[in-house]
Design a protein around this ligand. Structure first.
Ligand SMILES: C[S@@+](CC[C@H](N)C(=O)[O-])C[C@H]1O[C@@H](n2cnc3c(N)ncnc32)[C@H](O)[C@@H]1O
Length: 531
């Protein structure tokens, strides 16, 4: 499943967009679709291509500017993720297991009688409700009920066959990788038990192979959607065509509160006509070994993108261990062959490490990293200090620790921004700058990671500047230069995060950045125009 990732606007797709079929009255449907398909082709900024390696993928049909909308479309289907807690079938928010509210008709869990997802195809639709009415949940077996949620999203897709054939047709066109998945000892039997047998036990007559195919379509193509405690997965008619790249060229965001739960895919960098339009199927802040394993495991192919093929990951050294002999960087000799040894990059040093030793060391360090509590500032700092002779500061585990620290410094108990001493503020600044150097390469342009980090960077800079001004330890000229730099960070952050839904944490950060910019304007009374 794709994790969440983000103006001069391309002509925005209107509500009569050919794919927004739920907005079209049946009698007019064919005519409107034909017209809008022709219009659509003219205005599309991408075209679909095919290769034996990647299958279908999209490229820019013309030059695309950073921030431009490439795809904006409603979901074909939305439903619970596998392994989710007991959630409302309408809005995906967690339900209090001691006080479960039930749908009046089918008796399955919903948050309330007025849940906004009631009766919507992106939530608890009437056809789902009617189907589930004959399968009342057993509330004396909550664990079993939670397990049964795994079958709900596949069932929602299968129900579309009758309830909305065009949507069913659109999702049926997606890749399921059945042969690759069938050959794997884990996925197929798990789906057989948790989904196929479950749907059979509900007395619903679907072909087992078809159910497996729907499971595959979801595994290969679904996007994780939602936020603010309401996590779900969704299929989209065109966004699924985005090929993978470990330095993605787009970001995407979904709008939980808009009917149809649309996804918006934006160019995070400028594209030339013919450029691949890509999305990262893995977490960019991981090293090549982990990203490739994750992609192989969940998307069934070995990535060999530019970043994966380069031992130094495009100059970031994001997987580099420190050489115990000369303190240089130890990197894989052939990063696309995971069983090949790693070696020091310095000419005179011939230190090598067998792949198995690297994998073991990485696992041990990852296990230790994972033990650190998400809010534990000293925990992350200790990790960085403890492994300073084992990992290069650019190693992704160090970057992950710094990423957490960049957000914790200034926001958690004992580290509230106005109480932080200058040394800690400077630490936050250094951390943010280190991160930005890497993010500029692995998630360039208008990416959420860059937007948030720029915002985090402005805060300690602003406080140090104010303190220096109050102490009269700064000239007018240097004050102006520092404010200029802060304004640049805030403007870019507000621009990037302004693409996010207003109520999301990133949307709120964008609003805070805009406010901060207004406040900085008041300094102009003291020092004259800043920029
Ligand atoms: C969501 S689908 C993308 C659409 C798909 N290509 C199709 O034709 O339906 C993901 C699948 O596309 C293929 N794919 C995407 N990016 C790839 C890449 N960079 N290298 C190789 N295969 C890729 C893989 O088969 C992957 O499982």
């Amino acid at each position: 499943m794709y994790k969440k990732g983000h103006k001069k606007k391309q002509k925005k797709r209107g509500k009569s967009d050919g794919r927004n079929k739920e907005n079209i009255l049946h009698s007019d449907k064919e005519e409107i679709e034909e017209v809008s398909t022709a219009d659509e082709k003219k205005s599309l900024c991408y075209e679909i291509k095919y290769s034996d390696v990647m299958g279908r993928y999209i490229v820019a049909a013309r030059d695309i500017k950073a921030g431009e909308i490439i795809i904006e479309e409603p979901a074909l289907a939305v439903g619970p993720c596998t392994g989710c807690a007991l959630i409302c079938l309408g809005c995906y928010r967690e339900i209090d297991e001691n006080n479960i509210n039930k749908c009046k008709n089918c008796k399955w869990p919903v948050c309330s009688g007025s849940c906004p997802g009631q009766g919507k195809y992106t939530g608890h639709s009437t056809y789902e409700c009617e189907t589930l009415r004959s399968i009342p949940p057993d509330y004396s077996k909550l664990e079993d009920l939670r397990d049964s949620y795994q079958a709900l999203m596949p069932l929602r897709c299968l129900l579309l066959k009758k309830a909305d054939p065009p949507k069913w047709q659109a999702l049926s066109a997606m890749e399921a990788h059945n042969e690759l998945r069938r050959a794997r000892g884990d996925i197929w039997p798990t789906n057989e038990k948790n989904v196929v047998q479950r749907i059979k036990s509900w007395g619903l007559e679907y072909d087992p192979e078809e159910i497996h195919t729907v499971c595959g379509i979801l595994e290969v193509n679904a996007f994780e959607v939602g936020g603010s405690g309401a996590n779900a997965r969704a299929l989209y008619d065109r966004a699924y065509l985005l090929a993978h790249d470990c330095t993605p060229s787009t970001t995407h965001t979904d709008s939980e509160r808009t009917p149809g739960r649309p996804i918006t895919v934006r160019a995070s960098i400028a594209h030339k006509a013919g450029d691949l339009i890509s999305l990262c199927y893995a977490y960019t802040l991981q090293g090549t070994l982990k990203r490739r394993e994750h992609i192989k495991h969940s998307k069934f192919f070995w990535c060999s993108c530019r970043r994966c093929a380069d031992r130094a990951e495009l100059g970031t050294s994001a997987s580099a261990f420190r050489c115990p002999r000369c303190a240089g960087a130890v990197l894989p000799e052939r990063p696309l062959q995971r069983d090949q040894p790693w070696a020091c990059t310095r000419d005179h040093c011939h230190y090598t490490m067998p792949a198995a030793a690297v994998h073991l060391l990485l696992q041990r360090l990852t296990d230790e990293y994972d033990q650190i509590d998400a809010n534990d500032v000293p925990g992350f700092e200790n990790f960085l200090h403890k492994y300073r002779n084992v990992l290069l500061p650019s190693h992704y585990l160090c970057l992950s620790a710094k990423h957490s620290l960049s957000q914790l410094y200034g926001k958690v108990t004992d580290y509230m921004i106005h109480e932080m001493p200058d040394t800690e503020l400077n630490r936050k600044i250094d951390i943010c700058r280190d991160l930005m150097k890497v993010f500029d390469v692995i998630e360039p342009g208008y990416s959420r990671l860059r937007g948030v980090t720029l915002y985090e960077l402005h805060a300690p800079l602003m406080i140090l500047t104010t303190r220096d001004f109050e102490k009269k330890a700064i000239t007018k000229e240097s004050l102006r230069n520092r404010l200029k730099e802060i304004v640049q960070y805030l403007q870019e952050s507000a621009l990037i995060l302004g693409f996010e839904p207003a109520h999301s944490s990133e949307g709120l950060m964008a609003a805070a950045a805009r406010d901060a910019l207004k406040k900085i304007k008041t300094w102009e009374q003291i020092i004259g125009k800043i920029s």
